[in-house]
Design a protein around this ligand. Structure first.
Ligand SMILES: [Cu+2]
Length: 80
């Protein structure tokens, strides 16, 4: 996981994280992973890359990575 401190004009300080997501094969998968992440309270600025197999998101407040992994797994994808 890559973690970067970020400051957003709209949200103030947060943390950007990038995780590997396994099993995405098309834009539908990208939308499903994006929706799963956006549904988590405290997550914003979600960007999912099919080519890189990565999801980048901002945490407005600290969130347990286990919660994020569970949501992605429930959407049908793996976290590496
Ligand atoms: Cu797909």
């Amino acid at each position: 996981m890559i973690i970067n401190k970020m400051t957003w004009e709209d949200r103030g300080e947060g943390t950007m994280k990038t995780i590997k997501v396994k099993g995405m094969s098309c834009d539908h998968c990208v939308k499903a992973v994006t929706a799963a992440l956006k549904a988590i309270d405290g997550i914003d600025h979600v960007k999912v890359s099919l080519e890189a197999g990565e999801a980048t998101f901002g945490e407005i407040k600290p969130i347990d990575i286990a919660v994020i992994e569970e949501k992605i797994r429930k959407a049908g994808f793996g976290v590496g």
